[in-house]
Design a protein around this ligand. Structure first.
Ligand SMILES: Nc1nc2c(c(=O)[nH]1)N[C@H]1C(S)=C(S)[C@@H](COP(=O)(O)O)O[C@H]1N2
Ligand SMILES: [Mo]
Length: 389
């Protein structure tokens, strides 16, 4: 049976998109840029998830101490840079929705269907990520769960999309022959200006936010939700003592740190006991999953020394518990190799203006965990109990 394609009806809007900016070449350049930013964002996101929710086979490496700081900074920066790229790409290709005939073959229909999770997933990831770094949770679903599964869906759709488009993209990116006439030259100049504008916007978004983790650019971080040097003692706070409900328990003179051994023994220490131990200093970053980070000099008691004092192995899995009673992040786990690292500290002091002073209550007074290469969420504040497991 011969299928006849009807003529394009007069109301069909295809003719309106004459701008050369909607060309295959513009789409290909933007697609390539997005392919890079999405891939880097995906890989750093995988790393972040692995580190925060380690499966049995994974040991979190305590070194290099600043690795998470870099990988999460890159994750958030590439996500933010993708936003203008994605909008530009969608604008460039939307006239394709109006090509005639709308249905050409099963393959083109399938390819279009695969674009739905790509666009939907991409927008969802960028939007929820943006809301997360601004600590704005207007939704009722779990951010981590939704962001994680949307990432897999999107990257799967991206692989399909790249497979479907690779030939077109290659062709579109081939070096162009010299322009023959003035009209062609003008079109190319327009396209370059458009792509230049998109690149500049994307670069600008990065420039005014990356200062939240890259100290030399802090003064330019106009759009960053956090400035690394604002907050009590000159650095940010996510959960305050009031927010955690520890304003009175943290300053209780009867405060004790308890180290609970596997055999049921409990070692109980006062702040004075801890200060009488040999204290150690370390320069370590707080690297929040939201992309801001600061590096500080800390002073405190190595966790391994406390384990030894309690009669446990210096290399032990340990649960670190806070005075905080409710909500997430009131406890975190140290894997054996992390407990054994000499720089894994229960910090009493932090450097402010060149001097080591007791922690502010919002930074975890009297005692906080600070350890190399851990996401901020795992640097538990107001620590009161170590449980050897
Ligand atoms: N008990 C407790 N510790 C906590 C949190 C928390 O909510 N409760 N938040 C964590 C998060 S998300 C980060 S980024 C760091 C921030 O430490 P800071 O407030 O001293 O900068 O603390 C971590 N420690
Ligand atoms: Mo955080």
């Amino acid at each position: 049976m011969q299928l006849t394609i009807p003529d394009r009806p007069s109301w069909w809007p295809a003719d309106r998109f004459r701008s050369p900016l909607h060309s295959e070449r513009t789409a290909a350049v933007l697609g390539l840029a997005l392919g890079v930013t999405f891939s880097v964002c995906f890989l750093t996101g995988l790393w972040s998830h692995l580190v925060q929710h380690p499966p049995d086979w994974f040991s979190r490496p305590p070194r290099p101490a600043g690795l998470y700081r870099v990988s999460q900074g890159v994750h958030v920066a590439t996500g933010l840079a993708s936003i203008p790229l994605l909008f530009a790409k969608l604008w460039t290709v939307y006239p394709k929705l109006f090509t005639w005939p709308p249905v050409r073959s099963v393959a083109t229909v399938l390819e279009r269907i695969a674009i739905l999770p790509l666009i939907g997933g991409g927008i969802f990831l960028l939007l929820t990520g943006l809301q997360n770094i601004n600590l704005w949770y207007p939704w009722s679903f779990n951010f981590i769960f939704a962001h994680w599964w949307a990432a897999w869906l999107t990257i799967g759709a991206l692989v399909v999309h790249v497979g479907a488009k690779i030939t077109t993209t290659r062709r579109a990116l081939r070096r162009e022959p010299a322009a023959v006439d003035g009209e062609e030259r003008a079109e190319r100049a327009d396209r370059r200006a458009f792509l230049g504008g998109v690149a500049a916007t994307s670069g600008l978004v990065t420039l005014v936010t990356v200062g939240q983790t890259f100290a030399p650019l802090e003064r330019l971080a106009l759009l960053a939700p956090r400035r690394p040097s604002s907050g009590p003692q000159g650095f940010p706070v996510n959960r305050t003592a009031a927010g955690a409900g520890v304003t009175s328990s943290a300053v209780d003179p009867g405060f004790r740190l308890v180290v609970a051994g596997r055999d049921g023994t409990e070692l109980s220490l006062s702040i004075d006991d801890l200060r009488a131990m040999s204290l150690r200093e370390a320069v370590l970053p707080i690297a929040c999953v939201e992309g801001w980070s600061v590096s500080k000099r800390w002073r405190g008691v190595p966790v391994a020394d406390l384990l030894e004092l309690a009669g446990a192995d210096r290399r032990s899995d340990v649960r670190v518990q806070s005075l905080q009673r409710r909500r997430a992040y009131r406890a975190s786990d140290l894997q054996a190799q992390e407990s054994a690292d000499p720089d894994t500290l229960l910090a009493l002091d932090v450097e402010v203006d060149g001097e080591l002073v007791p922690l502010d209550i919002d930074h975890g007074y009297p005692l906080r965990l600070i350890a190399p290469n851990r996401p901020g969420v795992l640097q538990t504040k107001w620590v009161t109990r170590l449980v050897v497991r």
